[in-house]
Design a protein around this ligand. Structure first.
Ligand SMILES: [Zn+2]
Length: 278
């Protein structure tokens, strides 16, 4: 005989423990509001190389929500047509050079294009080539910010990047102090809606909203640098339908909340962010 009540009880218990994810986000933003503060968020999208319906969808969602969009473009693979049809809210950053792993495999190192596995001059020369290509393709839309592929970068590159005129970097997780010491504004992403194990798919509302709330709460309590805006990271080529639905909903929730704001990209990397709701 089936005992469905056990399953039901188990599910109920979980729901009660975790709370409904969107309600918990609203609750966290309510704490910001009560404190007279505005939660700043920003949006990065990685791996862009070509125009298409998926990119158009992302451009539409972000533009409608008044969110700036930093498109991290792979220089060696970028098609010139990518420069067409980008909205005024969109800036371009440099996603490494060719998105190629140069770290030895099988040693648990993960994937690195901008690591210490090649001579530093070689890495820098490649970045320079990529930067020239993006500046040519995208003109004033290009901001000299490095988004390292797989979010891995050798801190030994920071001083050289600053000398060459880069203004910032963007990886993943709460920022450290090292890039700033070299004059680079590090503004990272903190929330990724994709679960990457095996095939890419939506990680689910509870996990995705949970990671966003974790960062917001740590900023609010000054456990992390409160001035680093919370970064939402998408990969438009890999989002599945539930992932798209999530992005659309989050875009609107932040835009509508009186104590939350999507930043423009130039604000994000100016290093002097006004938290006031426009
Ligand atoms: Zn990438």
């Amino acid at each position: 005989m089936a005992m469905p009540h056990l399953e039901t009880n188990g599910r109920k218990k979980n729901d009660l423990e975790s709370g409904e994810p969107w309600a918990r986000l609203d609750e966290e933003l309510g704490h910001w509001q009560a404190a007279g503060r505005t939660a700043s968020l920003w949006w990065r999208d990685d791996d862009a190389t070509a125009p298409g319906p998926l990119l158009e969808r992302l451009l539409g969602i972000t533009e409608d929500a008044g969110a700036g969009l930093l498109l991290a473009v792979i220089p060696a693979r970028a098609e010139p047509a990518l420069a067409n049809g980008l909205g005024a809210h969109t800036c371009i950053a440099q996603h490494g050079y060719a998105h190629v792993n140069h770290a030895p495999r099988g040693q648990g190192l993960g994937a690195w294009e901008l690591g210490s596995h090649r001579p530093r001059d070689q890495v820098l020369a490649e970045l320079e080539t990529g930067r020239e290509r993006l500046a040519t393709l995208f003109g004033a839309r290009f901001v000299p910010v490095v988004v390292p592929p797989w979010n891995h970068i050798d801190p030994g590159l920071f001083s050289s990047l600053a000398e060459r005129g880069y203004i910032g970097i963007s990886a993943f997780g709460p920022r450290g102090a090292e890039a700033g010491r070299h004059g680079l504004n590090e503004v990272n992403a903190h929330c990724d809606p994709i679960r990457w194990k095996e095939a890419a798919r939506f990680a689910g509302e509870a996990k995705t909203i949970g990671s966003l709330i974790d960062h917001l709460r740590a900023r609010r309590s000054r456990e992390f640098d409160a001035s680093e805006p919370s970064g939402f990271l998408t990969h438009h080529r890999d989002l599945d339908p539930p992932g798209w639905a999530f992005c659309q909903h989050l875009a609107g929730v932040i835009a509508a909340h009186p104590a939350a704001r999507w930043l423009g990209i130039r604000e994000v990397f100016a290093g002097n962010i006004s938290a006031a709701k426009k």
